[in-house]
Design a binder for this molecule. Structure first.
Ligand code: SAM
Length: 259
């Protein structure tokens, strides 16, 4: 009698998995589009370190096939049932990590780019949203604080920074890479807020609505600068005069959400 294939899932085509391969040095990064098992094996052989599945639009079987190659961390696992990506791990619906992942997986909002009411370009909502709705992710190049300090000096001179402090180790730089939400401007009285979420060993920045918002509204969040490095436009009006003489010249770097 003919045996059925024991590993059918490994033969499925990974239609739309995008892998990010990172070396231990955070600045060196590349992306691979994984279309099939051969691509997945190639990714696994790069020797660059962990492979992170950023977005999963394929069947859970396909994800498992990738995981069979050993070095894949499954970040968005809702399709597979919200485990941490380990093979064979049962779904853990309801726990915090699972909820975070599901939140991030929900369809992000359409963001429009147009001239801001405040300065330069801004990010705007295409459709209305409710308070606490997830709008999308602030993505960028993952760099060390040391590298961010170097780049930040340049950005300060140009008075244009796309740096976002992710955690004690890393900063996201969205200048060269990133999604439209990187154009969201600062407000001390914002209609949105960023939240750094920990998911399967990685930190990601999700942007949420702080209130019900109408279609076409410009998106703002509080960059949450430390007072000693805040540029003039991000300082509270009452303290700006006093602080002006004593503010040390530091690079502009956004800070992670306190929510
Ligand atoms: C991430 S960018 C935002 C998009 C920016 N408007 C642009 O056109 O590229 C951040 C930069 O926008 C400017 N910016 C953001 N919010 C601002 C505000 N409330 N007032 C003045 N400038 C602001 C600053 O130059 C800041 O470094």
């Amino acid at each position: 009698m003919k045996k059925t294939s024991p590993a059918r899932s490994t033969l499925l085509v990974h239609a739309s998995l995008r892998l990010r391969v990172e070396s231990n040095a955070p600045v060196y990064k590349m992306e691979l589009l994984v279309r099939n098992t051969v691509d997945a094996q190639r990714a696994a052989k790069t020797g660059l370190g962990d492979v992170t599945v950023q977005r999963v639009n394929a069947k859970a079987d396909n994800v498992h096939a990738l995981l069979l190659h050993g070095i894949v961390t499954l970040m968005f696992a809702a399709i597979a049932g919200c485990g941490d990506g380990s093979l064979g791990e049962p779904p853990r619906r309801g726990d915090e990590q699972c909820n975070n992942m599901r939140l991030l997986l929900r369809q992000h909002q359409r963001i429009l780019l147009t001239k801001s009411d405040i300065t330069g370009w801004g990010a705007f909502l295409k459709n209305s949203v409710n308070k606490n709705d997830y709008l999308g992710e602030y993505t960028g190049e993952l760099i060390s604080h040391q590298e961010a300090d170097k780049r930040g000096k340049m950005y300060d001179r140009a008075n244009s920074s796309f740096l976002f402090t992710l955690n004690d180790e890393y900063v996201l730089d969205a200048r060269y890479k990133g999604d439209k939400l990187k154009f969201a401007n600062h407000s001390a009285n914002p209609n949105c807020y960023p939240k750094v979420m920990f998911s399967a060993g990685d930190h990601r920045v999700a942007i949420f609505a702080n209130e019900n918002m109408e279609a076409g509204q410009e998106i703002f969040y509080d960059y949450n600068y430390s007072p000693n490095v805040a540029p003039q436009w991000a300082r509270p009006p009452e303290s700006s005069k006093k602080a002006e003489s004593s503010v040390p010249r530091g690079r502009a770097k956004k800070h992670q959400s306190q929510q």
